[in-house]
Ligand binder design. Structure first.
Ligand SMILES: NC(=O)c1ccc[n+]([C@@H]2O[C@H](COP(=O)([O-])OP(=O)(O)OC[C@H]3O[C@@H](n4cnc5c(N)ncnc54)[C@H](O)[C@@H]3O)[C@@H](O)[C@H]2O)c1
Length: 248
């Protein structure tokens, strides 16, 4: 029997990378999955993989930074699945450059998708979750939101914002039976990180006590725990998944 039998999970940024791994992990534990992403083609691929696991998957193409589209996705998921038990805010982007070169557009794009998108989806599911008096929200932050990073002012600020948002949502909604937690991955092997220059990748590897980059599944395992009843007494927390890079 899966840990999430009978549960409905909505995962954003589910078309590839960490989001796809999360969708598959939750499905493998028995959840049916609503998949949201900008990229319809890749999303269909994730849906196929979830269905191979014997679970229901439905795709919703939307931009997480667009309030109307987010509302429409949540309404459609409620109609299609009847409820939402788990929300995973995973969609995110980087637009790395040094502060003096960073444009307003670089700042806005990253803050809008990473932080505002997480706010919009959390707000949209809050009402239905409050009505059912249960729910789990898991936000994908980053260790960069804890420690900062040269060349990532926008990304670091967005992920620090996600962490503060998570803690606030946790305090606000705990009385309604809703938990909110964040995972803060370190360096995980995905399309997002494969574009980093080799010398930077080498430097990062040297700073990882467990001496390997993370796999998307390493993050998905922790998301599963936080989304499941095994974490029933855990809310407002940030769990780092970084091979020991950040230990405080
Ligand atoms: N890869 C890492 O090392 C790492 C480390 C820490 C945190 N993270 C975080 O993990 C999450 C997933 O990252 P990933 O490495 O799998 O990246 P990825 O680029 O492989 O996947 C991100 C997904 O988000 C989707 N997306 C982007 N903008 C969107 C929007 N406006 N609306 C809907 N979907 C959108 C993309 O289409 C893509 O499918 C991100 O929030 C990222 O910041 C990643």
């Amino acid at each position: 029997m899966g840990q999430l039998n009978g549960k409905i999970a909505l995962v954003t940024g589910a078309a590839r990378g960490i989001g796809q791994a999360i969708a598959m992990k939750l499905a493998a534990e028995g959840a049916d999955i609503a998949l949201c992403d900008l990229q319809a083609d890749w999303l269909a691929e994730t849906a196929g993989k979830v269905q191979t696991l014997g679970r229901r998957a439905q795709c919703y193409t939307a931009d997480v930074s667009n309030g109307e589209q987010v509302q429409a996705v949540v309404a459609a998921v409620e109609k299609d699945f009847g409820k939402i038990d788990i929300l995973v805010n995973n969609a995110g982007i980087t637009k790395d450059t040094f502060l003096i070169r960073m444009t307003e557009a670089d700042w806005d794009a990253v803050l809008n998708i990473n932080l505002k998108g997480t706010f919009l989806f959390s707000k949209a599911v809050a009402r239905p979750m409050m009505k059912q008096r249960s729910g789990a929200i898991v936000n994908v932050a980053s260790i960069i939101g804890l420690i900062g990073n040269a060349g990532q002012c926008n990304y670091a600020a967005s992920k620090a914002g996600v962490i503060a948002l998570t803690k606030s949502v946790a305090k606000e909604l705990a009385g309604r039976g809703i938990r909110a937690n964040a995972v803060a991955p370190g360096f995980i092997k995905t399309k997002m990180t494969e574009k980093l220059p080799e010398d930077i990748q080498k430097k990062m590897l040297e700073a990882i006590p467990l001496a390997r980059f993370g796999e998307p599944e390493d993050v998905a395992n922790v998301v599963l725990f936080l989304a499941s009843d095994a974490a029933a007494y855990v809310t407002g927390q940030v769990v780092t998944v970084c091979g020991g890079m950040v230990t405080a």
